[in-house]
Design a protein around this ligand. Structure first.
Ligand SMILES: Nc1nc2c(c(=O)[nH]1)N[C@H]1C(S)=C(S)[C@@H](COP(=O)(O)OP(=O)(O)OC[C@H]3O[C@@H](n4cnc5c(=O)[nH]c(N)nc54)[C@H](O)[C@@H]3O)O[C@H]1N2
Ligand SMILES: Nc1nc2c(c(=O)[nH]1)N[C@H]1C(S)=C(S)[C@@H](COP(=O)(O)OP(=O)(O)OC[C@H]3O[C@@H](n4cnc5c(=O)[nH]c(N)nc54)[C@H](O)[C@@H]3O)O[C@H]1N2
Ligand SMILES: [Mo]
Length: 770
């Protein structure tokens, strides 16, 4: 195996479909990760990189936000998809000024995200001048000057939008929000708006903090774990080791998912001999093949059955002591939930009464229940209410703030949670802004800013004309591709701080900049020497990450250095923030973080402990609930679910096993049996026939949506291959980002404003073109 040149663009005509797998990981996982790593990095770099992944003196995996097990790091704490994430970043392929001279922006715009990402790491700052056809090199100083000039001429700071993706370190995120607030706006959309915003909204109302309440040991000690709307085999593979341990300790695991995901069925741990040679471990004891958007009904139905069980054996099911002491709103909840219509629950979920009753019995029997969830719950119109109902069920049983029990929203990007802790939020609370102002002698704006959807609307309508992104791929990740592309093209100025080429570089404002940055794996040397950064995982553990690899170009700058360089140019030498000192020594940033962010006291010392430290979480630590009632709140929500209109399907958009969000690693969704292509739609075999098609047919997908003003809108994508698959009747699945053009911008979750990516009403038509 040797380093290979990037492959050509996707040829969907070579797509193949085989049977889906019934297990995850195993030997193929190891082989695939090594193949991908060698292809990008060659042998030497592969070895030095993969052995430092998630080690105490190594770097945090840029894959997912699943925590390392404290004190138990294995010699190779990585998984197939972590290895792919690292290979993508540590690649030796480069995108140089010569590359940009050869490829016009029009040429690049004709390629897929896959091809763009395959080209390698960007090596130089580049600029596209108004009317230009090619990106050209530009010096860092000239780039900062251009941006600062533009920002100074805007009519108002609120005409600028600053996006953040979730790989940005705590130090860079803290300085980035400081720059943005010093400049004068809270327009800070982030990837979280499309991701776990619904979890945050629901949890802040329910328990006073938008983060999960469990740690890895809680999962290992739990009796019962519900995994709802999550595909850990692909997206959080290291979670399978934790689930395996929980099973060995006697836990029961229930998977709640429209699809029989391989990782939820059986796991062959590639780091254990029985995992390599044997049958592996059956992960889920029960599989509830729920209809898309049926989870709110499920949790309401379970709530009702809990009350019935308590009637049958009074005082044994409802945790009265917990409810009386710690909760508010119980009586209203009880009244509402006792009236839930079980027949409607069965229709909404597609489950049998027996499944519902068996799950309720499991909840009754369990002394420690954890509910885990991800995008299958958060990306629905009624996502916030759905999560609130899951919390209701836990509260009835007193399952928050004790070992082995609690809420576990499983985060996506490796530092998306940390970025929020550091202030990346368009509506950061007053106590944070006040502390920031005191620390730095600035006056932060108080008016809430734009989130992702509102930022797109503002750019579309000309209320914002400057867009800067700290990482991510805004154009491909956001909904309603046509609308978003038009919004960005409507901007005067766009800036992308990036490691790799992506669509957001070729859908741009009149002037466009690409600022190439160091990634997690890269060695970061500043005035005071080698620097480290810190990150927070899904369970509020904060720890250090040290890149070790020699950067592929001497022109790359760290995200911290880019923020400081821009700030110096924008604010001049008199500014109260010591941008120069921060750039030279990240310990000084951490000292400020310690004074501004509660729970980060003595940050520099505690983050250097071998496993870092855990941020406070009042419900977890002391059953304290800092909500408006001072208690944990039961929520009352009218039941919502997603019926399938006749002749249509409800489509969810999800990740294949071979991608990281908009970064396409390869074209094989091994677990679902798809190889060499991505444009497939998974449908129930009987729906295929009923809709008048056959296995293998090519179809266009047309989404239908009735806007609030009554207009019926249609959006279309072309040439998707029909794949019969195990899914509830009337429900379908296809990959993101290819299907983002189908998601209407205004189709969002109540309260969280998260695009509804998991329930799109779609009509199938014989393909117009491939
Ligand atoms: N390798 C890899 N790792 C990743 C990512 C990646 O792209 N690649 N992305 C990262 C990010 S940012 C995130 S947010 C996470 C995403 O992690 P996931 O949430 O696991 O990602 P999705 O692929 O969107 O999968 C959604 C899952 O929910 C199920 N689902 C869909 N709708 C419903 C529903 O209505 N009810 C229920 N019960 N289930 C439903 C789907 O069948 C699928 O199994 O992963 C992170 N880790
Ligand atoms: N239809 C549909 N849409 C969705 C979703 C869905 O399930 N369905 N999921 C949503 C979710 S959960 C999320 S989180 C968003 C993801 O949205 P984003 O976070 O915006 O997208 P990514 O694809 O993760 O961003 C990849 C790019 O980040 C850059 N990058 C990588 N590492 C670094 C780094 O260290 N520093 C910097 N500066 N740049 C870096 C690279 O240039 C790469 O091209 O998409 C959302 N969109
Ligand atoms: Mo995400």
């Amino acid at each position: 195996m040797t380093r290979r040149a990037p492959v050509d663009d996707i040829d969907e005509s070579t797509l193949e479909v085989a049977a889906a797998k019934d297990h995850a990981a195993g030997v193929p996982a190891v082989l695939v990760s090594l193949q991908r790593a060698y292809a990008q990095m060659g042998a030497v770099r592969t070895l030095s990189t993969l052995t430092r992944l998630n080690q105490r003196h190594g770097f945090d995996c840029p894959g997912c936000a699943w925590p390392e097990t404290p004190g138990h790091r294995k010699p190779a704490e990585f998984c197939e998809n972590g290895a792919k994430a690292v290979a993508e970043e540590a690649t030796l392929r480069t995108v140089t000024p010569e590359f940009f001279a050869q490829h016009s922006v029009d040429d690049l715009a004709g390629r897929t995200d896959y091809w763009l990402g395959q080209q390698g790491r960007i090596t130089h700052p580049m600029v596209l001048r108004p009317g230009g056809s090619h990106y050209e090199p530009i010096s860092w100083d000239a780039a900062f000057e251009l941006i600062a000039d533009e920002l100074r001429t805007l009519p108002s700071p609120d005409d600028a939008v600053f996006y953040t993706s979730g790989r940005t370190s705590n130090e860079a995120a803290f300085l980035y929000q400081l720059l943005i607030r010093s400049y004068g706006t809270n327009n800070m959309p982030d990837c979280s708006n499309m991701c776990h915003e619904s979890s945050g909204s629901a949890l802040i109302d329910a328990i006073g903090i938008g983060k999960g309440s469990v740690s890895v040991p809680d999962l290992e000690q739990a009796d019962l774990i519900l995994v709802a709307g999550q595909n850990p085999g692909t997206n959080h593979p290291r979670m399978l080791s934790t689930l395996e341990k929980a099973k060995n300790n006697g836990a029961k695991i229930i998977a709640i998912n429209p699809l029989p995901e391989a990782g939820l069925r059986r796991f062959k741990d590639p780091q254990k001999i029985h995992g390599v040679l044997g049958h592996g471990v059956d992960i889920a004891d029960e599989f509830l093949q729920i209809r898309l958007g049926g989870d709110m009904a499920l949790f309401q139905g379970l709530g009702r059955l809990l009350f019935e069980a308590d009637d049958a054996a009074p005082g044994t099911v409802v945790d009265r002591a917990f409810v009386d002491r710690y909760c508010a709103g119980f009586d209203d909840y009880e009244r509402h939930i006792r009236a839930v219509d079980l027949d409607e629950v069965l229709e909404a979920t597609g489950l049998t009464e027996q499944q519902l009753r068996a799950t309720a019995a499991d909840l009754v029997a369990s002394r420690g229940t954890v509910i885990c969830w991800a995008m299958g719950l958060t990306q629905h119109t009624h996502a916030v209410a759905t999560i609130a109902e899951a919390v209701n069920v836990l509260l009835v049983r007193g399952m928050i703030g004790k070992p082995g029990a609690g809420v576990c929203p499983v985060r996506g990007h490796s530092n998306v949670q940390g970025d929020r802790t550091m202030g990346i939020w368009e509506k950061m609370p007053e106590w944070f802004l006040a502390a920031l102002d005191t620390e730095f002698g600035i006056t932060s704006p108080r008016r809430h800013g734009y989130d992702t959807v509102d930022a797109i609307r503002a750019m579309r309508d000309g209320r914002a004309s400057f867009f800067m992104a700290m990482g991510g791929n805004f154009v491909s990740a956001t909904p309603d591709t046509a609308a978003t592309e038009a919004a960005l093209r409507n901007c005067a100025f766009t800036v992308q701080v990036s490691t790799k080429l992506n669509r957001s570089h070729v859908v741009h404002g009149r002037t466009a900049l690409i600022l190439p940055t160091l990634g997690r794996t890269d060695l970061d040397v500043q005035a005071s020497g080698k620097q480290m950064v810190s990150v927070e995982d899904s369970m509020s553990m904060v720890h250090l990450s040290r890149g070790r690899l020699h950067p592929v170009s001497e022109h790359l700058r760290s995200e911290v250095a880019i923020v400081c360089g821009l700030a110096r140019e924008l604010f001049g030498p008199e500014h109260p923030v010591r941008w120069n000192a921060f750039e030279g020594n990240y310990d000084l940033i951490r000292d400020s973080i310690a004074r501004v962010v509660p729970g980060c006291e003595d940050y520099n010392t505690r983050v250097r402990r071998p496993d870092g430290f855990q941020l406070p979480h009042p419900p977890r630590d002391a059953r304290e609930f800092t909500t408006h009632t001072g208690k944990a709140n039961f929520a009352v929500n009218p039941l919502e679910w997603v019926p399938t209109p006749p002749g249509r399907v409800i489509l969810q958009t999800l990740r294949s096993h071979d991608q990281y969000n908009t970064t396409i690693y390869g074209l094989d969704d091994r677990y679902r049996g798809v190889s060499n292509g991505r444009k497939v739609i998974f449908l129930h075999p009987e729906d295929v026939v009923e809709l008048g098609f056959a296995d293998g047919d090519l179809v266009d997908l047309v989404s239908e949506w009735t806007a609030p003003d009554g207009t019926v809108e249609e959006r279309r994508v072309h040439g998707f291959r029909i794949v019969p698959y195990s899914t509830p009747r009337g429900n379908a699945a296809a990959y993101y980002p290819e299907t983002n053009p189908l998601v209407p911008l205004d189709h969002v979750a109540a309260k969280s404003n998260t695009p509804v990516s998991k329930a799109i009403t779609v009509r199938l038509e014989k393909a117009g073109r491939a």
